[in-house]
Design a protein around this ligand. Structure first.
Ligand SMILES: C[S@@+](CC[C@H](N)C(=O)[O-])C[C@H]1O[C@@H](n2cnc3c(N)ncnc32)[C@H](O)[C@@H]1O
Length: 251
């Protein structure tokens, strides 16, 4: 049985995460100075954040890497349409062991600490270690990372596929970055509207497909996937799981 062609997320979402355009613009400003900077985005998806950063900084260059070749193809088309191809390299590759051609003055790891693999309980710490290897001395890291916005109740934990120990409080997350040698420059967090837009984007693609393909052999599987995700969301992480945006100064 081949997989059904569900519309890619970029058809319904601007960013692959709970992020408004207003917050994205503010996060980009938090990364200044960007003059002549090299900006590297690992797990960049369709690279909307990287492309906007380069548009805001006309002398900056960028590299984006993601193992999803379709997302990279979409990013390349967007770069072409926005006249950015001479300043950006977009690579379809696994980040494990990957190194940019030039160290990053600014590194973006947004919703992507898992790209280096390993035990999910150590994804954040592992990403903070790996990021130091890609950053130039004195560079800045934008880390978009999960945390417990509210202590999840037992019933909520039981309804989501995430162990409590995978995330901490926001204060403990920031402390962890400091134990890895970073200093916090700015912190903000996704609000409920940003989360809802993001989660609705996932659900929309599945529900639209089900509406258009009610008799497909794939329909039971797609319906089950959508139902599982809705259960995770509404009985699990909605209101408990946060997404922090940390702008960090590397040593
Ligand atoms: C939640 S998305 C975030 C995308 C992007 N940072 C954004 O905010 O729009 C995580 C991304 O990590 C990518 N990814 C996961 N594991 C990877 C790996 N080992 N190497 C490269 N990319 C990976 C996925 O393909 C996906 O695009």
């Amino acid at each position: 049985m081949t997989s059904p062609e569900i519309a890619p997320l970029h058809e319904d979402l601007t960013f692959h995460g709970p992020l408004s355009e207003e917050r994205a613009a503010r996060l980009i400003r938090s990364l200044t100075p960007l003059d002549h900077a090299h900006v590297v985005d690992v797990g960049c998806g369709w690279a909307e954040f990287l492309l906007r950063t380069l548009e805001a900084a006309p002398t900056a260059t960028g590299t984006g890497v993601d193992r999803d070749a379709k997302a990279i193809a979409h990013a390349e088309a967007a770069a072409e349409a926005r006249g950015l191809t001479t300043r950006v390299s977009l690579q379809a590759a696994d980040v494990t062991g990957w190194r940019p051609a030039r160290p990053a003055d600014v590194l973006i790891v947004n919703g992507a600490s898992q790209v280096w693999g390993g035990d999910p309980l150590h994804h954040t710490a592992n990403a903070l270690t790996e990021a130091r290897k890609l950053l130039a001395p004195g560079g800045r890291l934008l880390l978009g990372e999960g945390f417990w916005e509210k202590e999840p109740a037992e019933a909520q934990l039981a309804a989501m596929p995430v162990p409590k120990a995978q995330y901490s409080s926001l204060a403990d997350l920031v402390d962890l970055t400091h134990t890895h040698g970073y200093r916090l420059l700015a912190v903000e967090q996704a609000n409920q509207d940003e989360w809802d837009v993001f989660e609705n984007g996932h659900a929309l693609a599945w529900e639209r497909w089900l509406r258009e393909n009610p008799d497909s052999e794939h329909a039971p599987h797609v319906r089950a996937t959508a139902d599982t995700q809705r259960n995770y969301r509404l009985r699990g992480w909605r209101g408990t799981m946060g997404l922090a945006y940390l702008t960090l100064q590397a040593p």
